[in-house]
Design a protein around this ligand. Structure first.
Ligand code: HEM
Ligand SMILES: *[C@@H]1O[C@H](CO)[C@@H](O)[C@H](O)[C@H]1NC(C)=O
Length: 329
Protein backbone atom coordinates (compact mmCIF):
# COMPACT_ATOMS: atom_id res chain seq x y z
CA UNK A 1 0.00 0.00 0.00
CA UNK A 2 2.72 2.42 1.02
CA UNK A 3 4.82 1.89 -2.14
CA UNK A 4 1.68 1.90 -4.30
CA UNK A 5 0.55 5.25 -3.05
CA UNK A 6 4.05 6.61 -3.55
CA UNK A 7 3.79 5.68 -7.22
CA UNK A 8 0.37 7.28 -7.49
CA UNK A 9 1.73 10.37 -5.87
CA UNK A 10 4.37 10.51 -8.66
CA UNK A 11 1.75 10.17 -11.39
CA UNK A 12 -0.47 12.77 -9.74
CA UNK A 13 2.46 15.14 -9.62
CA UNK A 14 3.07 14.78 -13.36
CA UNK A 15 -0.63 15.37 -14.11
CA UNK A 16 -0.68 18.37 -11.81
CA UNK A 17 2.34 19.95 -13.51
CA UNK A 18 0.77 19.35 -16.90
CA UNK A 19 -2.41 21.04 -15.71
CA UNK A 20 -0.45 24.00 -14.35
CA UNK A 21 1.37 24.33 -17.65
CA UNK A 22 -1.90 24.41 -19.56
CA UNK A 23 -3.27 27.09 -17.24
CA UNK A 24 -0.35 29.52 -17.45
CA UNK A 25 0.81 30.37 -20.96
CA UNK A 26 4.52 31.13 -20.77
CA UNK A 27 5.23 28.12 -18.56
CA UNK A 28 5.06 26.22 -21.85
CA UNK A 29 8.63 27.40 -22.13
CA UNK A 30 10.89 24.85 -20.49
CA UNK A 31 14.51 24.47 -19.72
CA UNK A 32 16.11 22.45 -22.52
CA UNK A 33 12.86 22.16 -24.49
CA UNK A 34 14.66 20.29 -27.30
CA UNK A 35 15.99 17.53 -25.01
CA UNK A 36 14.09 14.88 -26.97
CA UNK A 37 13.46 16.44 -30.39
CA UNK A 38 17.03 17.68 -30.90
CA UNK A 39 19.22 16.73 -27.93
CA UNK A 40 22.30 18.57 -29.23
CA UNK A 41 20.47 21.81 -30.06
CA UNK A 42 21.76 23.87 -27.16
CA UNK A 43 25.28 22.50 -27.57
CA UNK A 44 25.28 23.30 -31.30
CA UNK A 45 24.18 26.88 -30.62
CA UNK A 46 26.84 27.23 -27.94
CA UNK A 47 29.57 25.96 -30.26
CA UNK A 48 28.47 28.16 -33.16
CA UNK A 49 28.31 31.22 -30.91
CA UNK A 50 31.80 30.45 -29.59
CA UNK A 51 33.19 29.90 -33.09
CA UNK A 52 31.67 33.16 -34.34
CA UNK A 53 32.97 34.99 -31.28
CA UNK A 54 36.50 33.77 -32.04
CA UNK A 55 36.21 34.97 -35.63
CA UNK A 56 34.27 38.21 -35.02
CA UNK A 57 34.12 39.12 -31.33
CA UNK A 58 31.35 41.65 -31.85
CA UNK A 59 28.84 38.95 -32.87
CA UNK A 60 28.37 38.25 -29.14
CA UNK A 61 27.45 41.91 -28.68
CA UNK A 62 24.88 41.66 -31.46
CA UNK A 63 23.20 38.64 -29.88
CA UNK A 64 22.46 40.69 -26.76
CA UNK A 65 21.04 43.61 -28.71
CA UNK A 66 18.97 41.22 -30.87
CA UNK A 67 17.16 39.87 -27.80
CA UNK A 68 16.15 43.40 -26.79
CA UNK A 69 14.96 44.42 -30.25
CA UNK A 70 13.05 41.19 -30.86
CA UNK A 71 11.44 40.62 -27.47
CA UNK A 72 10.61 44.24 -26.65
CA UNK A 73 8.46 44.61 -29.76
CA UNK A 74 5.27 42.67 -28.93
CA UNK A 75 6.73 39.18 -28.68
CA UNK A 76 9.92 37.10 -28.70
CA UNK A 77 8.93 35.73 -32.08
CA UNK A 78 12.03 36.35 -34.24
CA UNK A 79 10.10 38.97 -36.19
CA UNK A 80 13.33 41.02 -36.06
CA UNK A 81 15.02 38.53 -38.38
CA UNK A 82 12.48 38.74 -41.21
CA UNK A 83 13.79 40.35 -44.37
CA UNK A 84 12.00 41.70 -47.39
CA UNK A 85 12.44 39.87 -50.61
CA UNK A 86 10.75 40.53 -53.94
CA UNK A 87 7.05 39.87 -53.60
CA UNK A 88 6.92 38.71 -49.98
CA UNK A 89 5.33 41.93 -48.69
CA UNK A 90 7.56 42.08 -45.61
CA UNK A 91 8.86 45.41 -44.34
CA UNK A 92 11.81 44.36 -42.22
CA UNK A 93 12.13 45.65 -38.65
CA UNK A 94 15.82 45.94 -39.46
CA UNK A 95 14.98 48.93 -41.67
CA UNK A 96 13.54 50.90 -38.73
CA UNK A 97 15.61 53.86 -37.59
CA UNK A 98 15.62 52.24 -34.13
CA UNK A 99 17.60 49.33 -35.59
CA UNK A 100 20.35 51.68 -36.75
CA UNK A 101 23.79 50.12 -36.33
CA UNK A 102 22.54 46.55 -35.84
CA UNK A 103 24.92 44.09 -37.45
CA UNK A 104 25.87 40.43 -37.89
CA UNK A 105 22.44 39.16 -38.95
CA UNK A 106 24.12 36.99 -41.60
CA UNK A 107 25.75 34.97 -38.83
CA UNK A 108 22.35 34.06 -37.36
CA UNK A 109 21.86 32.29 -40.67
CA UNK A 110 25.02 30.28 -40.00
CA UNK A 111 23.76 29.17 -36.59
CA UNK A 112 20.43 28.18 -38.11
CA UNK A 113 22.14 26.19 -40.89
CA UNK A 114 24.13 24.20 -38.35
CA UNK A 115 20.88 23.34 -36.55
CA UNK A 116 19.03 22.46 -39.75
CA UNK A 117 21.78 19.99 -40.63
CA UNK A 118 21.28 18.12 -37.37
CA UNK A 119 17.50 18.52 -36.88
CA UNK A 120 15.59 19.96 -39.83
CA UNK A 121 12.68 22.31 -39.05
CA UNK A 122 12.89 21.72 -35.31
CA UNK A 123 14.60 24.60 -33.51
CA UNK A 124 12.91 28.00 -33.74
CA UNK A 125 14.67 31.20 -34.72
CA UNK A 126 13.13 32.81 -31.63
CA UNK A 127 14.97 30.30 -29.44
CA UNK A 128 18.17 30.93 -31.42
CA UNK A 129 17.85 34.62 -30.50
CA UNK A 130 17.41 33.76 -26.83
CA UNK A 131 20.05 31.06 -26.52
CA UNK A 132 22.66 32.98 -28.53
CA UNK A 133 22.10 35.97 -26.22
CA UNK A 134 22.64 33.69 -23.24
CA UNK A 135 25.86 32.22 -24.64
CA UNK A 136 27.13 35.58 -25.94
CA UNK A 137 26.63 37.10 -22.49
CA UNK A 138 28.87 34.44 -20.92
CA UNK A 139 31.60 34.94 -23.55
CA UNK A 140 31.61 38.66 -22.75
CA UNK A 141 32.16 37.96 -19.06
CA UNK A 142 28.52 38.43 -18.07
CA UNK A 143 26.37 36.12 -15.95
CA UNK A 144 24.93 32.74 -16.87
CA UNK A 145 21.21 33.23 -17.50
CA UNK A 146 18.92 30.22 -17.11
CA UNK A 147 17.00 30.80 -20.34
CA UNK A 148 14.13 28.50 -21.21
CA UNK A 149 13.15 27.43 -24.72
CA UNK A 150 10.13 26.30 -26.72
CA UNK A 151 9.30 29.56 -28.51
CA UNK A 152 7.77 29.45 -31.99
CA UNK A 153 8.42 31.86 -34.84
CA UNK A 154 5.95 34.55 -35.87
CA UNK A 155 4.68 34.99 -39.39
CA UNK A 156 4.72 38.77 -39.51
CA UNK A 157 6.99 41.74 -39.13
CA UNK A 158 6.09 44.38 -36.52
CA UNK A 159 8.00 47.07 -38.42
CA UNK A 160 5.14 49.57 -38.20
CA UNK A 161 5.18 49.61 -34.38
CA UNK A 162 8.89 49.27 -33.56
CA UNK A 163 9.12 52.93 -32.52
CA UNK A 164 6.26 52.50 -30.07
CA UNK A 165 8.20 49.86 -28.15
CA UNK A 166 11.91 50.63 -28.55
CA UNK A 167 12.76 54.02 -27.01
CA UNK A 168 14.90 56.60 -28.80
CA UNK A 169 18.40 57.56 -27.60
CA UNK A 170 17.15 60.93 -26.34
CA UNK A 171 13.78 59.95 -24.81
CA UNK A 172 12.93 60.96 -21.25
CA UNK A 173 13.61 58.53 -18.43
CA UNK A 174 9.89 58.54 -17.56
CA UNK A 175 9.05 57.27 -21.03
CA UNK A 176 11.86 54.71 -21.00
CA UNK A 177 10.72 53.34 -17.62
CA UNK A 178 7.11 53.10 -18.76
CA UNK A 179 8.12 51.16 -21.89
CA UNK A 180 10.01 48.60 -19.84
CA UNK A 181 7.28 48.48 -17.22
CA UNK A 182 4.81 47.53 -19.94
CA UNK A 183 6.80 44.32 -20.50
CA UNK A 184 7.03 43.64 -16.76
CA UNK A 185 10.51 45.04 -16.13
CA UNK A 186 10.90 47.36 -13.15
CA UNK A 187 13.28 50.34 -12.75
CA UNK A 188 16.00 48.19 -11.19
CA UNK A 189 15.78 45.75 -14.12
CA UNK A 190 15.80 48.60 -16.64
CA UNK A 191 18.96 50.07 -15.12
CA UNK A 192 20.59 46.64 -15.31
CA UNK A 193 19.57 46.04 -18.93
CA UNK A 194 21.04 49.34 -20.08
CA UNK A 195 24.30 47.92 -18.74
CA UNK A 196 24.43 46.13 -22.11
CA UNK A 197 25.82 49.47 -23.27
CA UNK A 198 28.97 48.43 -21.48
CA UNK A 199 29.93 46.75 -24.77
CA UNK A 200 29.69 47.78 -28.42
CA UNK A 201 29.62 51.13 -30.13
CA UNK A 202 27.54 54.22 -30.82
CA UNK A 203 27.64 55.99 -34.19
CA UNK A 204 28.24 59.72 -34.26
CA UNK A 205 24.71 60.52 -35.49
CA UNK A 206 23.51 59.58 -32.02
CA UNK A 207 26.09 61.84 -30.35
CA UNK A 208 26.13 65.08 -32.38
CA UNK A 209 23.25 66.61 -30.40
CA UNK A 210 25.28 66.28 -27.19
CA UNK A 211 28.39 67.91 -28.69
CA UNK A 212 27.21 70.62 -31.10
CA UNK A 213 26.61 73.51 -31.23
CA UNK A 214 27.32 73.46 -27.48
CA UNK A 215 28.43 70.59 -25.28
CA UNK A 216 25.72 69.07 -23.08
CA UNK A 217 26.57 70.38 -19.59
CA UNK A 218 25.95 66.92 -18.09
CA UNK A 219 28.88 65.55 -20.14
CA UNK A 220 32.39 65.54 -18.65
CA UNK A 221 34.38 68.18 -20.56
CA UNK A 222 37.52 66.10 -21.22
CA UNK A 223 35.35 63.27 -22.43
CA UNK A 224 33.44 65.70 -24.65
CA UNK A 225 36.73 66.75 -26.26
CA UNK A 226 37.57 63.11 -26.89
CA UNK A 227 34.15 62.52 -28.45
CA UNK A 228 34.50 65.62 -30.64
CA UNK A 229 37.71 64.06 -31.96
CA UNK A 230 35.83 60.86 -32.75
CA UNK A 231 32.92 62.81 -34.25
CA UNK A 232 34.31 66.00 -35.84
CA UNK A 233 31.95 68.69 -37.12
CA UNK A 234 32.21 69.74 -39.89
CA UNK A 235 33.28 66.28 -40.92
CA UNK A 236 36.45 66.45 -43.06
CA UNK A 237 35.66 63.05 -44.56
CA UNK A 238 31.90 62.44 -44.65
CA UNK A 239 32.42 59.03 -46.28
CA UNK A 240 34.04 57.66 -43.13
CA UNK A 241 31.89 55.59 -40.77
CA UNK A 242 32.29 57.34 -37.43
CA UNK A 243 31.51 55.93 -34.04
CA UNK A 244 32.80 55.72 -30.49
CA UNK A 245 33.14 52.62 -28.39
CA UNK A 246 30.80 52.51 -25.43
CA UNK A 247 33.53 51.67 -22.96
CA UNK A 248 37.08 52.61 -23.80
CA UNK A 249 38.56 50.64 -20.90
CA UNK A 250 36.83 47.25 -21.14
CA UNK A 251 35.05 47.44 -24.53
CA UNK A 252 34.52 43.69 -24.82
CA UNK A 253 33.51 42.98 -21.22
CA UNK A 254 29.93 43.13 -20.01
CA UNK A 255 30.65 44.59 -16.59
CA UNK A 256 29.73 47.42 -14.27
CA UNK A 257 32.29 49.83 -15.76
CA UNK A 258 29.32 51.38 -17.57
CA UNK A 259 27.87 52.60 -14.25
CA UNK A 260 31.21 53.94 -13.07
CA UNK A 261 31.36 55.97 -16.27
CA UNK A 262 27.84 57.28 -15.71
CA UNK A 263 28.81 58.50 -12.23
CA UNK A 264 31.81 60.24 -13.85
CA UNK A 265 29.48 61.98 -16.38
CA UNK A 266 30.84 59.85 -19.21
CA UNK A 267 27.63 58.30 -20.45
CA UNK A 268 27.46 58.25 -24.24
CA UNK A 269 23.76 58.48 -25.04
CA UNK A 270 21.41 60.90 -23.35
CA UNK A 271 19.39 57.96 -21.97
CA UNK A 272 22.53 56.45 -20.50
CA UNK A 273 23.47 59.65 -18.69
CA UNK A 274 19.91 60.22 -17.46
CA UNK A 275 20.05 56.95 -15.53
CA UNK A 276 22.53 58.63 -13.17
CA UNK A 277 20.46 61.81 -12.65
CA UNK A 278 16.88 60.55 -12.51
CA UNK A 279 15.88 60.08 -8.85
CA UNK A 280 14.17 56.73 -9.56
CA UNK A 281 17.16 55.15 -11.29
CA UNK A 282 20.16 56.91 -9.69
CA UNK A 283 20.27 54.72 -6.53
CA UNK A 284 20.50 51.58 -8.70
CA UNK A 285 23.29 53.13 -10.79
CA UNK A 286 25.28 53.76 -7.60
CA UNK A 287 24.70 50.26 -6.32
CA UNK A 288 25.66 48.65 -9.64
CA UNK A 289 28.77 50.82 -9.97
CA UNK A 290 29.86 49.58 -6.55
CA UNK A 291 29.04 45.91 -6.97
CA UNK A 292 29.54 43.92 -10.18
CA UNK A 293 27.92 40.82 -8.65
CA UNK A 294 24.74 42.75 -7.92
CA UNK A 295 24.75 44.16 -11.47
CA UNK A 296 25.13 40.65 -12.90
CA UNK A 297 22.29 39.23 -10.80
CA UNK A 298 19.95 42.02 -11.88
CA UNK A 299 21.07 41.78 -15.50
CA UNK A 300 20.35 38.05 -15.52
CA UNK A 301 16.94 38.52 -13.91
CA UNK A 302 15.90 41.24 -16.37
CA UNK A 303 17.22 39.43 -19.46
CA UNK A 304 15.28 36.34 -18.42
CA UNK A 305 12.09 38.40 -18.05
CA UNK A 306 12.69 40.07 -21.42
CA UNK A 307 13.28 36.69 -23.07
CA UNK A 308 9.87 35.49 -21.90
CA UNK A 309 7.84 38.45 -23.12
CA UNK A 310 4.74 37.05 -24.75
CA UNK A 311 6.28 34.15 -26.68
CA UNK A 312 4.38 32.09 -29.24
CA UNK A 313 4.14 28.47 -28.03
CA UNK A 314 2.27 25.23 -28.69
CA UNK A 315 0.83 25.32 -32.20
CA UNK A 316 1.04 29.10 -32.62
CA UNK A 317 3.31 30.40 -35.38
CA UNK A 318 5.76 28.04 -37.05
CA UNK A 319 9.34 26.80 -37.01
CA UNK A 320 11.04 28.75 -39.78
CA UNK A 321 13.46 26.85 -41.97
CA UNK A 322 15.34 30.04 -42.84
CA UNK A 323 15.21 32.73 -40.17
CA UNK A 324 14.96 35.46 -42.80
CA UNK A 325 11.74 34.22 -44.40
CA UNK A 326 8.39 32.85 -43.41
CA UNK A 327 7.93 29.25 -44.57
CA UNK A 328 6.22 28.92 -47.93
CA UNK A 329 2.67 27.56 -47.68
C1 HEM B 1 16.19 52.94 -23.55
C2 HEM B 1 16.60 51.86 -24.11
C3 HEM B 1 17.66 51.81 -25.17
C4 HEM B 1 18.00 52.73 -26.14
C5 HEM B 1 17.38 54.08 -26.40
C6 HEM B 1 19.10 52.17 -26.86
C7 HEM B 1 19.73 52.78 -27.93
C8 HEM B 1 20.88 52.34 -28.53
C9 HEM B 1 21.63 53.07 -29.51
C10 HEM B 1 21.24 54.44 -30.07
C11 HEM B 1 22.72 52.32 -29.82
C12 HEM B 1 23.83 52.69 -30.80
C13 HEM B 1 23.49 52.31 -32.21
C14 HEM B 1 24.59 52.78 -33.13
O1 HEM B 1 24.79 53.99 -33.22
O2 HEM B 1 25.23 51.92 -33.77
C15 HEM B 1 22.66 51.13 -29.03
C16 HEM B 1 23.58 50.11 -29.07
C17 HEM B 1 23.49 48.93 -28.35
N1 HEM B 1 22.44 48.57 -27.54
FE1 HEM B 1 20.95 49.76 -26.92
N2 HEM B 1 19.41 50.94 -26.36
C18 HEM B 1 18.55 50.68 -25.32
C19 HEM B 1 18.50 49.54 -24.56
C20 HEM B 1 19.25 48.43 -24.78
C21 HEM B 1 19.06 47.16 -24.13
C22 HEM B 1 17.96 46.87 -23.12
C23 HEM B 1 19.99 46.31 -24.62
C24 HEM B 1 20.23 44.87 -24.31
C25 HEM B 1 19.91 44.28 -23.19
C26 HEM B 1 20.79 47.07 -25.56
C27 HEM B 1 21.90 46.58 -26.23
C28 HEM B 1 22.70 47.33 -27.06
C29 HEM B 1 23.98 46.86 -27.56
C30 HEM B 1 24.66 45.54 -27.22
C31 HEM B 1 24.48 47.89 -28.37
C32 HEM B 1 25.81 47.87 -29.16
C33 HEM B 1 25.56 47.26 -30.52
C34 HEM B 1 26.81 47.10 -31.37
O3 HEM B 1 27.87 47.62 -31.05
O4 HEM B 1 26.68 46.41 -32.40
N3 HEM B 1 20.31 48.34 -25.64
N4 HEM B 1 21.53 51.15 -28.25
C1 LIG C 1 16.00 63.02 -30.72
O1 LIG C 1 16.85 62.59 -31.77
C2 LIG C 1 16.24 62.56 -33.04
C3 LIG C 1 17.25 62.03 -34.03
O2 LIG C 1 17.71 60.76 -33.63
C4 LIG C 1 15.75 63.96 -33.44
O3 LIG C 1 15.08 63.89 -34.67
C5 LIG C 1 14.83 64.48 -32.37
O4 LIG C 1 14.49 65.82 -32.66
C6 LIG C 1 15.48 64.41 -31.00
N1 LIG C 1 14.49 64.76 -29.98
C7 LIG C 1 14.75 65.62 -29.01
C8 LIG C 1 13.65 65.82 -28.01
O5 LIG C 1 15.81 66.22 -28.93
Amino acid sequence: MATGSFRHYGLGFVLLSLLLQLLSGSSELQSNYYAESCPNAEEIIKQEVAKLYDEHGNTAISWIRNLFHDCMVQSCDASLLLESKHGNGIVSEQASSRSFGMRNFKYVTEIKEALEKECPATVSCADIITLSARDGTVLLGGPRIEMRSGRRDGRESHASVVEEFIPNHNDSMALVLSRFESVGIDAEGTVALLGAHSVGRVHCVNLYDRLYPTVDPTLDSDYAEYLKGRCPMPDPNPEKVRYSRNDRETPMVLDNMYYKHLLAHKGLLLVDQQLASDPTTAPFVEKMAADNGYFQDQFARAMLALSENNPLTGDEGEIRKDCRYINAV
